[in-house]
Design a protein around this ligand. Structure first.
Ligand code: ADP
Length: 202
């Protein structure tokens, strides 16, 4: 097998856009590694560490945790994990995080190949997330603490205030590719797969 050039991508989009679902497909199909700061923070919370306890409340409200914490989590992964490419899922979420990621990638000799913006309208986001919560409960589990109407409102506001400026930021850097996130999971996966395949060839 010839060594493939690792392709590193960011999945950018509001809560409920389907970033985690699509990241899981890329992990399965392309052997990439998903770096989800949301998953890392939930794991920290479950481990009951001091940091975990501190962030749990912030997350439940739907606010962003501090840049320092999430940048630290990503740095740890980038410097220790070897992959056929990283999928950044839910990171960066602020301009400071985007700058930090650029510096970390440069420091570790890695590239950022594409930023894929998944476009989904608010109505669909809200219904997807409230459905996800209802399904978790129906299956006998518990919904995520932030998958309720009140926290979701704040999560969307955080996205528009702090994360959506990254669309312009990456556009200016020539990295942005926007796709329609409203289609079936398989259709969205094809759009993302095409972008990743092109980046691999480049
Ligand atoms: P979603 O995209 O559905 O909102 P995530 O699992 O990506 O879900 O994130 C859940 C929560 O974790 C966020 O609302 C926020 O509190 C916290 N979080 C995750 N990633 C970051 C990040 N990069 N910066 C700040 N907070 C984050």
């Amino acid at each position: 097998m010839t060594a493939k050039t690792p392709v590193n991508i960011i999945l950018l989009g509001p809560p409920g856009a389907g970033k985690g679902t699509q990241a899981a497909r890329l992990v399965e199909e392309r052997n990439m590694v998903q770096l989800s700061t949301g998953d890392m923070l939930r794991a920290a919370k479950d481990s009951g560490t001091e940091m975990g306890n501190r962030v749990a409340e912030v997350m439940a409200r739907g606010e962003l945790v501090t840049d320092e914490i999430v940048i630290g989590l990503i740095e740890e992964q980038l410097t220790t994990v070897n992959a056929d490419g990283f999928i950044f899922d839910g990171f960066p979420r602020t301009l400071a995080q985007a700058d930090a990621l650029g510096e970390l990638l440069e420091k570790t000799g890695q590239s950022l190949d594409a930023v894929i913006e998944m476009q989904v309208n608010d109505e669909v986001l809200v219904s997807r997330i409230l459905n996800r919560a209802a399904e978790a409960v129906a299956a006998g589990g518990t919904a995520r603490a932030d998958d309720n109407e009140e926290s979701l409102k704040l999560r969307l506001m955080e996205y528009y205030k702090k994360t959506s400026p990254l669309i312009g930021y990456y556009h200016a850097k020539g990295k942005l590719q926007s796709i329609d996130g409203l289609g079936q999971i398989d259709e969205v996966a094809v759009s993302i797969g095409d972008i990743v395949a092109k980046a691999t060839e480049a």
